[in-house]
Design a protein around this ligand. Structure first.
Ligand SMILES: Nc1ncnc2c1ncn2[C@@H]1O[C@H](COP(=O)(O)OP(=O)(O)OP(=O)(O)O)[C@@H](O)[C@H]1O
Length: 474
């Protein structure tokens, strides 16, 4: 296959140019989370407070403990970091180090008097939900997958999804199952479907997760067909951010292995979230996901090295991601009629890949997809790199949508006024005053706030485009 890497600035170069944006005292937090000792020392020498905390009261030592950066933890302690600083959820650095299994850091923190008030390593299975809390007789069936059915149920007054896993599939080793669930229960990111708990049932396991009303990306593409490039890129960014979180998980990356449009769900606000990660930890055997679901479609998204039963790594998900993005621009899978297993075979043994007609795929998207489904797994970018790349593409598309007109200084000033004044008026007389209303019943719900903000956003976008047009006339 043709190699396009030399034609445009490499993803790494683009990332490097963006990294220079990290300035100010918060660089201490960034460097601590990345294990950048020189950067941390530089910030401390500048006089930045060792216990500087972000909005969530997370300090440098929290981040270093979470990310397994032992050297940074030692350095911060030497420089007077508070070993028991608490974030806004009451977690100490030791709580974080324990959650992520960084034993060496736990020992260091304990030696410095570190405590874990939350007892996150306690054996109490806090994720287990009493079966009386959910009436499965009132459940509505919303879908069916290879593991079992999915129902809409009510739990503590909220609609949640109940995903049933046949006990024949769930691991019969209690320890392994509980470890798998404990592990999934710790994951949190806006672009992954939130696990809420597990219901014990005599003949099956039932997972409760957040309910995503808009269904799967598969359903969306079937309904809407081809997405406009800006929507496709926004969706791709959502998926890439969720996947990046899973791949960056410490101490071990989480490889999804079954990333498909059916495993990407949309919430009411239009954001996409990845689901069904970590199921391989709960199901028996390493390859069970593919074996079971291959016939229902996963073969379509399968990386060649998986199909050939070779050893594989995180980049198998990058390959699947590329095929999903391809579908978003095209409005559905390529070679729809072709047998999925044959398709995977051709990809694995003949390097066959979907077509990328220039009329449908903007040049940078084409290049990104070619990189992501590269036959050599080591040549595929990471999700961190993909995000950087997509953000640049998104900005470019947004500018193009605005007519590619760069406003002159005078117009820029007008644009600023328009940007600032319109929403301020709207917000001042509306949203903010409503939200901090003294009567709690008069405050809007988040659903209403989202609707309000979407209208303001649309208004701003239209205004910005309006001014640009007059710029062109001038
Ligand atoms: N949290 C959820 N919120 C709303 N709908 C959901 C949720 N989870 C699953 N669904 C719906 O149920 C369907 C079946 O989901 P499930 O994860 O069991 O199988 P699948 O992903 O479609 O297929 P496979 O098991 O082969 O991966 C999904 O396609 C989706 O439409």
């Amino acid at each position: 296959m043709e190699d396009h890497r030399h034609q445009a600035p490499s993803t790494k170069q683009l990332i490097a140019s963006q990294r220079s944006d990290w300035e100010g005292p918060y660089r201490l937090l960034f460097c601590s989370s990345k294990g950048d000792k020189a950067g941390v020392m530089q910030e401390l020498m500048k006089g930045v407070d060792t216990n500087l905390a972000d909005y969530d009261k997370r300090t440098a030592i929290h981040l270093a403990s979470c990310e397994g950066c032992t050297e940074i933890v030692v350095l911060l302690l030497e420089k007077g970091a508070d070993v028991n600083s608490m974030d806004r959820w009451g977690r100490t650095p030791l709580s974080d180090a324990r959650s992520f299994g960084h034993q060496d850091i736990c020992k260091i923190l304990e030696a410095h008097g570190g405590i874990d008030p939350m007892g996150l390593d306690s054996q109490t299975p806090c994720f287990e939900i009493d079966s009386t809390e959910v009436d499965m007789n009132e459940a509505t069936l919303i879908g069916e997958g290879a593991y079992g059915e999915v129902y809409l149920v009510k739990w503590r007054g909220t609609e949640v999804a109940a995903k049933t896993i046949r006990s024949s599939i769930a691991s019969n080793k209690t320890g392994q199952l509980s470890k798998g669930i404990r592990f999934v229960a710790k994951l949190r990111h806006p672009n992954i479907v939130q696990f809420l708990g597990v219901l014990k049932h005599p003949d099956r396991l039932i997972f409760l997760t957040e309910y995503l009303r808009n269904g799967s990306l598969y359903d969306i593409l079937r309904k809407k067909g081809r997405l406009d490039p800006l929507t496709a890129v926004a969706y791709a960014l959502d998926i890439a951010r969720g996947m990046n979180y899973l791949h960056q998980h410490k101490p071990h990356a989480i490889i999804h292995r079954d990333l498909t449009p059916r495993n990407v769900l949309q919430n009411e606000a239009g954001r996409l979230k990845v689901t069904d990660f970590g199921l391989s930890k709960i199901a028996q055997g390493r390859d069970v996901g593919y074996k079971m679901t291959g016939g229902t479609g996963s073969y379509r998204y399968m990386a060649p090295e998986v199909y050939r039963r070779e050893s594989y790594g995180k980049s198998v998900d990058v390959f699947s991601f590329a095929l999903i993005v391809h579908e978003m621009f095209q409005g559905g899978p390529s070679n729809r009629g072709e047998d999925a297993e044959k398709l995977a075979d051709k990809r694995a043994y003949e390097d066959s890949r979907p077509h990328l007609p220039s009329i449908v795929y903007p040049e940078p998207i084409k290049k990104l997809l070619q990189d992501c489904w590269h036959k050599n797994p080591d040549r595929r970018p990471t999700f961190e790199e993909i995000i950087m790349h997509l953000e640049i593409i998104q900005e470019d598309l947004e500018q193009k949508a605005m007519g590619n007109r760069k406003p002159c200084c005078k117009i820029a000033a007008k644009l600023l006024i328009c940007h600032v004044d319109v929403p301020r008026r709207t917000i001042k007389s509306g949203l903010l005053q409503d939200c901090w209303h003294k009567n709690p019943d008069r405050r809007p719900t988040f659903e209403e706030i989202i609707m309000h903000l979407e209208i303001i956003q649309e208004d701003l976008e239209q205004k910005a485009m309006g001014i640009c047009c007059s710029c062109a006339i001038l």
